[in-house]
Design a protein around this ligand. Structure first.
Ligand code: ANZ
Ligand code: ZN
Length: 835
C-alpha cells in the first residue's frame, strides 16, 4: 500500500476488532490482574477534547499493561442521571430518558472511532434499571446500617415555581428559570452519615502513596479536623428548655477575652429569645435576611459581617462576667454547636463585627517582647502567638501552651469538654428531581418509613413523562408512581418521590464493572476480590473532593458490610490537566472548542491520540495547537513510508523480533541500529510503565524513526542487514501501538505479524545491546565547541588528543597558533587551549 489512508485503515480495524471481540476481557488464570479505569463521562451529547485526553491516557496504559501480560479490566460506562437531562426535556420537550439514551449512543459511537480498547460488553449506564436497582439496594444497605437518615435541612426554594432548586440553579440569589428571589426552606431531606467515617477517611489518606499530594491535601482540608473545647455559658435566665449555651472553640486560650457570644440565626434557642422580644420585628427581619444568603456568602472572608443583639445575656464560665448574646450571619448552625464565643481582639471575623457595632474588645494575648497592643488602636485582630494577659491565673502563659491547661481546668470544673470536630458534613443525597434513582422508601400512615423489600427492586422510574412549566418533578404529580401499598402492612402507602444525588450512582460504578451483568448481586464478592482495587484511576482534578471522597466512603461502608474486601477503591490516581486554547480552558461558553469528531475526520484518531499524548505530560495543562496536530500527522506518515520502503525486501526475511541479537561482528551502523532499537524499547517501556511520561515516550519513538531513516539513507540497500531492520521496524510498531493502535495494527500485518498487535508481548530488550560501541566526543578550542567526533568507546586520553589534533577541521582552526594545553575527558571531551 503506497499511501497512508488513515480513514480506510481506522474503519477497517475498528470493524475487525469489534467482530473479533478483540477487547473482550479474557481472564486467564496464570496472569496478574490490572484494573485501569477512567472516570466515566456524563452523556452530555458529544465528546470534547478533555474526554479525548483522559481516554487516550487510559488506553495507552491499558494496552501497555495488556502487552506486559496482565489480565486488564478496562471498562466504560455512563454517569447518566442528572439535571441537564431535565433541563433539555423542558426546553425541547423530549423525555429525559430519550435525550440521555440518544446522547449515549452518539458518544459511544464517537468513542469507538477513537479505537479505545474497551470491553463494551461491560458497559454500564447508571440510568438503566439493571444498574439503579443496585444503587437502590445499596441505599437500603446503608439505611439498615443506620447510615441513611432523614432530617430537616435548608434547601433553595423558588416560591413562584414552587420547587426546590439545586445550587447551580440559583444565579445571584435568583431562580434561574423565573428570576424570583430564592428562599431557604426547611424540608425533610435524606442524608448519608459520612461524618461517622471522617476520621477513617482522613487516616487512610496515608495509605494512598499513589495519589497526588495536592488531592490528598484537598481531601484533608475538606474533612477539616480540628481539636477544641465545647464550653458551657450558663444563661442569666432560663429560656424554654435551655439553661446554657454551649459554644465550640479551638481557642479556649482566649476565653478571658470574650466580649459577646453569637448564635447562628437557625440555632434552636433563637426562637425563644426572639418571641415576645421588644425588638422582635427587627430580629425576625434579620433572621430572614441571613437565611436567604448562601453559605458561601455568609462565610467568605471578605463578606460583610452582620449581626444583631438579642437583649439577652449569659455568663462566661471562667470569669463570671455577663456576656451579651448576638445573632450573626457568619456563624453556621451545622458546624460545632452553632454557637461561638466572640473574641474580637483575636479573631478577625469577630473583630469586624465588633468594630461595626461598637462591641467592646479585650486584649488577652500580647505579642512576645512587645507588649503594647491596645484595643482602641488595633486595625485588625491579633491572631498570632503571644503571652496571655488579663487572664487571671493564666497570665504569663504562652497562649499555645495555655490551650491544654485551660481545657484541663474546664474539664475538671465541669465547664467544658474537649471535642474533636470535622468540617465534613453528612452527605445530603435527596433531590426533589425526576431524573435520578428513586429512593426506595414507602411512607405508611401506620408503619411510618418502610424500606422497599429487595424483591420489589428496582423502584422503576417512569420514562413517559411530561414536565409542568415550573419544572416540578413529574414523580410528585403522578399518582401511578407515588400511590402504592405498604410493603409491611399492605395498607395505603405513599412512595418517596425524591431521587438520589447522582454522586451516589457514581460512588460504586467501579464495583459494578467487576460483575456488570450479575442479576443476583450488586457486585459478586469473588469478582470484587479479584479485580479490586482499581490499579490506576484517571480523571479530572475537579473531582478531587466530592466524587473521590464519596467513592472512598462507599468502599469503606461496603467493606464494613463485608460486601467487598478492600477499604480503599483507587490504588493510584492520575489527575490529567486541562486542554487549553489560547491559554484558557476549552469551553462552549467561551467558544474556543475544537471538535474531536472533526479532528478525527480530518487527521484520523491515531493522530489525535498521538498529538494529545505528545503535547504535554499528562498532569499538566495542554495547549491545543493545529501545528502540533499536523506534526503528529506528518510523523505517522513518516512511519508509514518507512515501512513501505522495505516492502517486498522482507519477503525472504522470516524473523520479526530477534530476541537476543548476535552483536559480534556487526558493522558500526548495524550495531547502532540494534542499540537504538533496544534502547527505545527500554525507554518507552519505562516512560509508560513507571512514570506516565507519554510525551517523552513519543519523542523517543520519533528519535528511533529518525535513526532508522539515517540508517536507510546511509547504508546502501544491498549492504543493509535486513533481519535487523525488520526487527527494528517490528519493535517500532509494537511500542507505538499503545499510542496509535490502528496504523500499528496495519503495519504489524504488513510486516507479517500474526494475530493482532494488541495481543503481542511488549518486546524485551538486551542489556548488552544497549552498550554503545561508539561515543560522541566533543572537541573544544579555547572552551568553544568546534567539532564532534564519533570514536570507539573507551579510548584513553593520549589517543583522544591525537584523534582530535589530526581532525581536518581542527587543524584548520588551530593553524598558525600555539597549542598550549590539551585537556581530555574520556568518552566525552577534548579541550584544546591555543594562543
Ligand atoms: C473563639 C475564638 C477565638 C475562635 C479566636 C477563633 C479564634 P475550626 O478550626 O474550623 O474548627 N466557630 C466555631 N463554630 C462555628 C460556627 N458554627 N460557625 C462559624 N464559626 C464557628 O474553627 C473553630 C473556630 O471557629 C472556633 O474557635 C470558633 O471561633 C469558630 F481568637 O472560638 B473560635
Ligand atoms: Zn404500613
Amino acid at each position: 500500500q503506497e499511501r497512508y489512508d488513515y480513514q480506510q485503515i481506522e474503519t477497517k480495524w475498528q470493524k475487525q476488532w469489534a467482530e473479533r471481540d478483540m477487547f473482550k476481557l479474557k481472564q486467564e488464570g496464570d496472569k496478574p490482574k490490572y484494573y485501569c479505569l477512567e472516570m466515566f463521562p456524563y452523556p452530555s451529547g458529544n465528546l470534547h477534547m478533555g474526554h479525548v485526553r483522559v481516554y487516550s491516557i487510559g488506553d495507552v496504559i491499558a494496552r501497555f499493561k495488556t502487552m506486559e501480560g496482565f489480565n486488564v479490566l478496562h471498562p466504560m460506562g455512563w454517569d447518566a442521571f442528572g439535571l441537564p437531562a431535565e433541563n433539555a426535556a423542558i426546553k425541547h420537550n423530549v423525555p429525559p430518558s430519550d435525550w440521555t439514551w440518544s446522547n449515549i449512543a452518539n458518544m459511544r459511537r464517537q468513542l469507538q472511532t477513537m479505537g479505545i480498547s474497551y470491553d463494551w460488553d461491560r458497559e454500564v449506564a447508571t440510568c438503566h434499571p439493571d444498574y439503579y436497582k443496585w444503587t437502590q439496594w445499596l441505599f437500603l444497605q446503608l439505611y439498615k446500617a443506620g447510615l441513611a437518615y432523614k432530617k430537616k435541612a435548608h434547601v433553595n426554594w423558588c416560591p413562584s415555581c414552587a420547587t426546590v432548586l439545586a445550587n447551580e440553579q440559583v444565579v445571584d440569589g435568583l431562580c434561574e428559570r423565573c428570576d424570583s428571589q430564592v428562599e431557604k426552606k426547611a424540608l425533610a431531606q435524606w442524608f448519608f452519615r459520612i461524618t461517622d467515617y471522617a476520621q477513617r477517611l482522613l487516616d487512610d489518606l496515608n495509605k494512598l502513596p499513589g495519589w497526588p499530594d495536592k488531592v490528598k491535601t484537598m481531601q484533608e482540608n475538606w474533612i477539616g479536623r480540628s481539636e477544641g473545647v465545647e464550653a458551657d455559658f450558663p444563661l442569666v435566665e432560663q429560656k424554654g428548655d435551655f439553661d446554657k449555651i454551649t459554644v465550640y472553640t479551638t481557642r479556649q486560650d482566649t476565653i478571658f477575652g470574650v466580649t459577646y457570644l453569637v448564635l447562628a440565626p437557625e440555632h434552636p434557642l433563637v426562637e425563644s429569645l426572639v418571641a415576645g422580644n421588644p425588638d422582635e420585628e427587627n430580629l425576625r427581619n434579620f433572621i430572614k435576611k441571613v437565611l436567604s444568603q448562601s453559605e458561601i456568602d455568609r462565610t467568605a472572608t471578605d463578606a460583610e459581617k452582620e449581626g444583631i443583639f438579642t437583649g439577652h445575656y449569659c455568663i462566661n464560665p471562667l470569669t463570671g462576667e455577663k456576656v451579651a448574646i448576638w445573632l450573626a450571619n457568619y456563624v453556621l448552625v451545622d458546624y460545632g454547636t452553632g454557637a461561638v464565643m466572640g473574641v474580637p481582639a483575636h479573631d478577625q471575623r469577630d473583630f469586624e463585627l465588633a468594630t461595626k457595632y461598637n462591641i467592646p474588645m479585650k486584649v488577652v494575648i500580647q505579642p512576645e517582647g512587645v507588649d503594647d497592643l491596645v484595643a482602641e488602636e488595633m486595625d485588625h485582630a491579633f491572631e498570632e502567638e503571644g503571652r496571655l494577659v488579663n487572664s487571671g491565673e493564666f497570665n504569663g502563659f504562652i497562649n499555645t501552651k495555655a490551650l491544654n491547661v485551660i481545657a484541663d481546668k474546664m474539664e475538671a470544673e465541669g465547664k467544658g469538654k474537649r471535642k474533636v470536630n470535622y468540617r465534613l458534613r453528612d452527605w445530603l443525597i435527596s433531590r426533589q428531581r425526576y431524573w435520578g434513582a428513586p429512593i426506595p422508601i414507602v411512607y405508611c400512615e401506620k408503619c411510618g418509613e418502610v424500606p422497599v423489600p429487595d424483591e420489589q427492586l428496582p423502584v422503576m422510574l417512569p420514562t413517559d413523562v411530561k414536565f409542568s412549566p415550573s419544572g416540578e418533578s413529574p414523580l410528585t404529580t403522578r399518582p401511578d408512581f407515588h400511590e402504592c401499598t405498604c410493603p409491611q402492612c399492605g395498607g395505603k402507602g405513599r412512595r418517596e418521590t425524591d431521587t438520589m444525588d447522582t454522586f451516589v450512582c457514581s460512588s460504586w460504578y467501579f464495583l459494578r464493572y467487576c460483575s456488570p451483568k450479575d442479576s443476583e448481586f450488586a457486585v459478586r464478592k469473588e469478582d470484587a476480590d479479584y479485580w479490586m482495587n482499581v490499579d490506576q484511576y484517571i480523571g479530572g482534578v475537579e473531582h478531587a473532593i466530592l466524587h473521590l471522597m464519596y467513592a472512598r466512603f462507599f468502599t469503606k461502608v461496603l467493606y464494613d458490610l463485608k460486601i467487598v474486601s478492600v477499604e480503599e477503591p483507587f490504588e493510584n490516581l492520575l489527575t490529567q490537566g486541562m486542554v487549553l486554547m489560547g491559554g484558557s480552558k476549552m469551553s462552549k461558553s467561551k467558544g474556543n472548542t475544537v471538535s474531536p469528531e472533526e479532528i478525527i475526520a480530518k487527521y484520523g484518531a491515531d493522530t489525535a491520540r498521538l498529538f494529545i499524548l505528545f503535547a504535554a505530560p499528562p498532569e499538566r495543562d495542554l495547549e491545543w495547537s493545529d501545528r502540533g496536530v499536523e506534526g503528529a500527522h506528518r510523523f505517522l506518515h513518516r512511519v508509514w513510508r518507512l515501512v513501505q520502503t522495505y516492502g517486498d525486501q522482507f519477503d525472504n526475511v522470516p524473523n520479526l523480533i530477534i530476541d537476543s541479537p548476535d552483536l559480534q561482528g556487526l558493522s558500526g551502523d548495524d550495531r547502532e541500529l540494534v542499540r537504538i532499537s533496544h534502547y527505545s524499547v527500554k525507554k518507552v517501556g519505562e516512560d509508560i510503565g513507571q512514570r506516565f511520561n507519554f510525551n517523552t515516550a513519543v519523542s523517543t519513538i520519533m528519535e528511533m524513526v529518525n535513526a532508522l531513516y539515517q540508517y536507510k539513507d546511509k547504508v546502501s540497500l544491498d549492504q543493509q542487514n535486513l533481519p535487523l531492520v525488520k526487527d527494528a521496524l517490528a519493535r517500532l510498531v509494537l511500542i507505538l501501538a499503545p499510542f496509535a493502535p490502528h496504523i500499528c495494527e496495519e503495519l504489524w500485518q504488513e510486516l507479517g505479524g500474526s494475530d493482532s498487535v494488541y495481543k503481542q508481548a511488549w518486546p524485551a530488550f538486551d542489556e548488552n545491546a544497549l552498550v554503545r560501541d561508539e561515543v560522541e566526543v566533543v572537541v573544544q578550542i579555547n572552551g568553544k565547541v568546534r567539532e564532534k567526533l564519533q570514536l570507539t568507546n573507551g579510548l584513553d586520553g593520549e589517543t583522544l588528543k591525537a584523534k582530535a589534533l589530526e581532525n581536518n577541521r581542527v587543524q584548520e582552526l588551530i593553524a598558525g597558533k600555539n597549542v598550549v594545553k590539551v585537556i581530555t575527558v574520556p568518552n566525552k571531551l577534548v579541550n584544546i587551549v591555543v594562543k
